[in-house]
Design a protein around this ligand. Structure first.
Ligand SMILES: *Cc1c(COP(=O)(O)O)cnc(C)c1O
Length: 377
């Protein structure tokens, strides 16, 4: 079976983990954590990057840093992972789901303004498949209406919009290093902070409500409990695993892009004939080949496709069930405007195997099995 995902592994992870153990420092904020954070700050150009225990915990920290009052509203797409929403529910927010653009499956920037009310506090763009939302328009709306922007860039590490890294536009950017993402530590993430002002509070939230980070920098002579917080620091052993991959970030990115481009070339004729649809990469965006998806005709066509692929030993998977129709989505929010695309498009979207190290041979097997399906139906 050609699996949909394989966790990334470059070969130097074990040495690094051994080094973390030899350092006698396997809790958070050890040498590897610092290397990963500095690398993210320098490579992507953000003021501060804090490693976290997951993309979800990065989103939770970002939501807490927005200082919401119960009943404040957050605008987000319905076509996303539960974490995007639940992080804000944890702060008492009401969710206002808006429709996606069918070409990128990202929030439709033209629908944001109609969803703004006096209670709106945050816009949460999700960069689906590592392809950027329209950040110029979104940041302009945020400035005009005095709103915060929290980017869910869980899938967008190494992608850019007009040359700038995803996750660095908003007040906060959230990365995931889960095993299904392009760079991984098993479970992990990072919070990117654009401005100086929230950094100290972020460090306190991440360190169980203490000012321990200042203590370690010698800025206070003992540390104490100063605010709300939780334990959002990952082990340095996990950061050691991630560091191996960040050092080879370009190699991983190039390898994934080669697979993505080969898929794209193979399926372009089917897209031109109108049998399927492919993702659109808007001008000014570079993507990280996080995902290769196609859109079938409808739900029945997709179901048949997935079982055809399974019969050919290829695992293909669909994606999000729109949050606004999920039990928690009904409880914590509502869709604003018309659901023109979210449900319809999510019903026909299917993802093909895509991971670092996908062999040419396996990729050909996937392509041939898929072409066989579409030739016959
Ligand atoms: C993976 C993902 C998350 C959650 O990241 P974890 O590290 O698994 O907690 C959040 N949002 C999106 C869009 C994701 O793809």
């Amino acid at each position: 079976m050609i699996s949909f995902n394989k966790p990334p592994f470059v070969g130097t992870e074990f040495e690094n983990i051994q080094q973390a153990i030899d350092n006698l420092k396997i809790c958070g904020d050890g040498a590897f954590t610092k290397q990963c954070s500095s690398w993210i700050e320098e490579r992507f150009g953000t003021r501060r990057a804090l490693l976290t225990t997951s993309g979800t915990s990065a989103l939770e920290m970002a939501a807490a840093l927005c200082h919401l009052e119960p009943g404040d509203e957050v605008i987000l797409p319905s076509f996303t992972f539960s974490s995007t929403a639940t992080a804000f529910v944890g702060q008492g927010a009401r969710l206002k789901f808006i429709d996606v653009r069918p070409d990128t499956m990202n929030m439709d920037e033209n629908l944001i303004e109609a969803a703004i009310t006096p209670r709106t506090k945050v816009i949460v763009p999700v960069h689906y498949a590592g392809v950027s939302c329209e950040m110029d328009a979104i940041m302009q709306i945020a400035r005009d209406n005095n709103l915060r922007v929290v980017e869910d860039a869980a899938q967008g590490v190494m992608s850019t919009y007009h040359g700038q890294a995803l996750g660095t536009f908003g007040d906060f950017g959230c990365y995931s290093f889960h095993e299904t993402k392009n760079y991984s530590m098993g479970e992990g993430g990072a919070l990117l902070i654009r401005d100086e002002e929230p950094i100290e509070e972020a460090e306190i939230f991440r360190e169980k409500g203490t000012n321990r980070s200042r203590f370690f920098r010698g800025q206070v002579d003992k540390y104490t409990w100063v605010d709300w917080g939780s334990s959002f620091l990952p082990s340095d052993m996990l950061a050691a695993y991630l560091w191996a991959q960040l050092q080879q970030a370009d190699k991983i990115n190039d390898n994934r892009l080669a697979s993505w481009n080969a898929y794209h070339e193979a399926f372009a004729p089917l897209a031109e004939s109108g049998r399927i649809e492919l993702a659109h990469i808007p001008d000014g965006c570079t993507h990280n080949a996080h995902m290769f998806y196609i859109k079938c005709r409808d739900l029945a066509d997709r179901t048949a496709f997935i079982s055809h692929m399974r019969e050919h030993d290829v695992q293909c998977v669909f994606h999000y069930v729109p949050l606004h129709s999920a039990p928690a989505g009904l409880k914590f929010g509502e869709f604003v405007g018309e659901d023109r695309y979210t449900t319809k498009e999510s019903d026909r979207l299917v993802r093909l195997p895509m991971y670092y190290g996908l062999t040419d041979e396996d990729r050909e097997t996937v392509i041939n099995a898929a072409l066989d399906f579409f030739d016959r139906s």
